[in-house]
Design a binder for this molecule. Structure first.
Ligand code: SF4
Length: 85
């Protein structure tokens, strides 16, 4: 179980691909030019995907989230529910 989770809002994504440039092992673009969170899980909301990550992967994922121009990527500390971005 990861300590953090990535929360991705697909409907907010504009396909700028900054996340893909920063973390290509985590993100790719689909045919609609929307980011895909690799290995991400669907949620009750069809536009929201989540993926757990470990501490060692936190910095890279924070960098990718910060690179997103429309703030479609969030990172939550699971234990506290604190939103890091
Ligand atoms: S950086 Fe943001 S807007 Fe650009 S592809 Fe990634 S999620 Fe979408």
């Amino acid at each position: 179980m990861g300590k953090y989770k990535i929360v991705y809002e697909r409907d907010v994504c504009i396909g700028a691909a900054s996340c893909v440039a920063v973390a290509p092992m985590v993100w790719e673009l689909d045919k609609e030019n929307k980011a895909v969170l690799k290995g991400g899980n669907k949620t009750d909301d069809p536009n929201i995907f989540e993926k757990e990550i470990d501490e060692k992967d936190l910095q890279l994922n924070l960098d990718a989230a910060r690179a997103c121009p429309v703030n479609a990527i969030h990172i939550i500390e699971k234990e506290t529910g604190k939103k890091l971005i």
